[in-house]
Design a protein around this ligand. Sequence first.
Ligand code: HMG
Length: 386
Amino acid sequence: MQFGIDKIDFYTPNQCLDLVALAHARQVDPNKYLIGIGQKQMAVAPLDQDIVSMAANAAAQLLTPLDQAALGLLIVGTESGVDQSKASALFVHDLLDLHPNMRTLEIKEACYGATAGLQLALDFVRQHPTQKALVIASDIARYGLNSPGEVTQGAGAVAMLVSAEPQILALEEQSVYASQSTWDFWRPNYSTESFAQGKYSEEVYLSMFADLWQQASAQKLTQVDELAALLFHIPFSKMGRKALRTLETKIQPQAYQRLTKRFEASIQYGQIVGNIYTGSLYLSLISLLENDMNLQAGERIGLFSYGSGSEAELFFGTLQPDFKSQLKSAAHQALLANRTSLTMSEYEEQFKQSLVTDGSKQVVDVSDVAVRHRLTGIKGHQRQYQ
Ligand code: HMG
């Protein structure tokens, strides 16, 4: 029996910032952002889209009544949690109107959190093959106005249904993983913005990738002649490109060419959504599946997950016979194409908005009447959703 990703969907808010406009405002050559960083736009979350509402919006179209009945586990991976105690997954459980007899929890380890959730979910369905698990990655990347990381912000959520006999990607049990404590990127409890030692974070990312690639090769997991694509956690597309380039001298030219071509398809969505932390690797997967028309069932792909702080995993899966029928390419392309492009002043004004923290009541404006789930406000320190 095989286990893996049965269905996948994503949500990103209906507004974005053009990075050429950001470059002009920050008096930077636009090519630094477009080529040097490799990003074109970034999603901007309005106040009524937090990680709970985005997670619920990503999962809203995913589950049939039969899937819902089979759910035994719900995990939200996030590093933008809204409460120190109550799991965001419980808010999502309520918004999706799920049955009560399941385990519901939140996982944090920077951008690795959803991969940890996915691996737990796989173990769960291997133990309980008649049940299913819902794993959602949801995050808002915030570095601050005028910061070096500003151009790498973004917002969005990816929802994945994990089951036996999956329709999209069967994942292998054997993978390689590693952990070490680093100060490459972090966000203390008192800060709404992340801190990063940017160049150092790139070094740690690359060294963990090199290490895991070597371990995987030693265990004969990579077999690049057979690997159809290699997906990366994409904080910005240049980061994944740098990791891929390290393989140029290690693998056959033909295999490197194939991985490079597939890489271009995998970054298309991320380049206009930005870093969505836990969801970035899985947005790369959706982007590859929906933008590379030559992908075939039976092809094997590798996935490199990296979370600052730091933890990484390299794992592998095989595309399933029916994977194309499960894609929602038209809906995703419409979601991305119909976003409102913010002016710099609108973006900066929204960036400074926040929810009250003194227990008073606040009603939050509606940013998008068409969206199913949103934060409506806060009352007595409790977030209110619709
Ligand atoms: P910076 O100091 O502004 O950038 O910060 P730079 O001056 O080094 O320039 C960036 C690149 O643009 C360079 O290329 C320049 O040469 C090039 P590179 O040497 O890197 O190949 N460049 C140009 N190219 C074309 N035309 C031009 C031009 N000018 C310059 N005119 C940095 C960049 C990424 C460090 C910053 O944005 C940052 O701190 N970002 C946040 C941290 C980050 O994303 N780190 C990535 C690895 S850690 C990770 O992935 C985990 C994370 O997702 C969090 C989590 O796990 O939760 C972040």
